[in-house]
Design a protein around this ligand. Structure first.
Ligand code: G3H
Ligand code: 13P
Ligand code: ZN
Length: 312
């Protein structure tokens, strides 16, 4: 099967009340772990590449590794640019084999976001590539915003119809209280997402795929392994999995996960090296790291996203 766009997978996910996992990839082991898990679970899949990943591994290496994964598997896989910040990076990925791009104009004014997103959509659609836009801004706890500032960062439901119709985007990332990284809430703060906003957006945009960024759950099991083996991750806290299941049953069709993969990968390496301090063959600790990521992705596909078995 060749690389596909997200169109068909989102249509089925919306109808079926589940979501497609969009997992960030940076190297061969992570790509292998994710695609093997999805293939064994017969799940559609999105592999996404950030600007940082493109810089680290280089565009051609990542595209060729993903093409190899497509050859090794029998599931629909989309290759997506995560958080494209300008037209140029989107164009490079559209011209360079990606089937989906995100143009993240969320830091711009509403009008500038529309103009930039529309420009990318026009270029992408002429070449059969789909586009994710973003409205609203994800806050990090390090941003130290107060409640009224936080409210202002959430996606405004009264803007979504105009944004989607004027830009022509194929999916929309929204801000309802998630954030990137392993520290999503302040210590002692109860995790909370604005499902009322998601519901209102779903009402205003019927049958339209919504995207949830910053959706790692930050497994305390991996945090503990890292901390017990020389790491220092205090107060790391993520999005509870039942909230992600709820979002997937609503209009959310794409759930972005990166930090969870990093924790699983790093826990594997830290534990292996702590138990085998004299070993220095990278294949040994990378095998453990890869197995951890594979087990984690399998868990997400079956128990969180609900996409296992949906690739038939
Ligand atoms: O949303 C951000 C992703 O986790 C990618 O992170 O820019 O460090 O590759 P990165
Ligand atoms: P996490 O940091 O929660 O994994 O979010 C990843 C993400 O949104 C990538 O775009
Ligand atoms: Zn993101």
């Amino acid at each position: 099967m060749a690389l596909v766009t997200t169109k068909e997978m989102f249509r089925k996910a919306y109808e079926g009340g589940y979501a497609i996992g969009a997992f960030n990839v940076n190297n061969m082991e992570i790509i292998q772990a994710i695609t093997e898990a999805a293939n064994e679970e017969k799940s559609p899949l999105i592999l996404q590449v950030s600007a940082g990943a493109r810089k680290y591994a280089k565009h051609n290496y990542l595209v060729k590794l993903v093409e190899a994964a497509v050859m090794e598997t029998d599931i629909p896989i989309a290759l997506h640019l995560d958080h494209g910040e300008d037209f140029e990076i989107c164009k490079a990925c559209i011209d360079g084999g990606f089937t989906s791009v995100m143009i993240d104009g969320s830091k711009h004014s509403f009008e500038d976001n529309i103009a930039l997103t529309k420009k990318v959509v026009e270029y992408a659609h002429e070449r059969g590539v789909v586009v994710e836009g973003e409205l609203g801004r994800l806050a990090g706890i390090e941003d130290d915003v107060n409640v009224s500032e936080e409210d202002a960062m959430f996606t405004r439901p009264d803007e979504v119809e105009e944004f989607v119709s004027r830009t022509g985007v194929d999916s929309l990332a929204i801000a309802i209280g998630t954030s990137h990284g392993a520290y999503k809430f302040k210590p002692g703060q109860k995790p909370r997402l604005r499902f009322d906003i998601l519901e209102e957006i779903g009402r205003r945009l019927p049958n339209f795929p919504i995207v949830l960024h910053g959706a790692s759950s930050v497994s305390q099991e991996y945090v503990k392994i890292i901390n017990e083996n020389g790491g220092k991750l205090d107060d790391a806290i993520g999005i509870p999995e039942d909230m992600l299941r709820k979002a997937a049953s609503m209009a959310v069709c794409k759930i972005n996960i990166d930090s969870d993969l990093r924790l699983a990968f790093t826990a594997g390496i830290r534990e292996y090296m702590a138990n085998n301090p004299s070993h220095f063959d990278p294949r040994q600790y990378l095998t453990v790291a890869r197995s951890n990521v594979k087990a984690l992705v399998r868990h997400k596909l079956i128990n969180v996203l609900g996409s296992a078995g949906k690739a038939q």
